[in-house]
Write a protein that binds this ligand. Sequence first.
Ligand SMILES: C=C(O[C@@H]1C=C(C(=O)O)C=C[C@H]1O)C(=O)O
Length: 256
Amino acid sequence: MMMRNRIVAVSYLNTIPFIYGIEHAGIDLYADLLLSPPRGCASLLRDGGAEIALIPVAAVPSIPDIRIVTPFCIGASCSVRTVVLAADSPLDRLDTIYLDSHSLTSVRLVRILASKLWGIRPEWKELKDFSALNAPQPRTGYLIIGDKVFDHEEKFRYRYDLADAWREMTGLPFAFAAWVARSGVDDRTVERLAEALDYGVRHIPEAIACYGYGDRSYAYDYLTRNIDFVFDEQKRRATALYWQEGRKIDPPINPG
Ligand SMILES: C=C(O[C@@H]1C=C(C(=O)O)C=C[C@H]1O)C(=O)O
């Protein structure tokens, strides 16, 4: 009997086109689907809990025996909206920056930007208790990702979009997460996955309705203008550059 594959993907609004494709394209991937915040996707794959995964690009070089597959990613060519450094003080007045504990890519990206673009040297702490976002501290920034940005963005006077900052620094778009497969996953399965994802990104309105986001006016705009699902040459160049720059940053994070 053929072993079923386990697919893990990020549990945010930005993946619903992918999820829709996997569940509704009519392509049997012989797989079970699991959803988790990004850091959990990487851990699950690393620990052998999945064969195929959408994981933060930051984690890709550190996991043995995987390869990037499919022409799709969670990327942005303009503002991404859901990866922001939010604060009540401007950048140059921040003493402390809290880093979203669900993130692997953006927490490293913000450190690259702090050192190479903004020239700031705040103290870095981990943000585990998201209720802290309800009472922002002065001179403190919060790097937050995913759907929680929709709930909290209005509270902050200053918001720095990390895709915008990266583009300002490099002239390139950015990819936050990519699809990877263990080496044991055969090419036919990978091809079928790519077909399913392709179907999903061509049915965004259906995905929004299917997963109950129909009453959120921002969902369509966000999925068509902010998120860019195509892992093209420019975004691959950005990923290579990000890995290179990220290696120079070894983040000592003080417990939050
Ligand atoms: C654009 C986003 O990208 C996410 C950011 C990630 C990270 O920082 O590690 C990982 C996966 C992506 O889904 C987002 O979810 O807001």
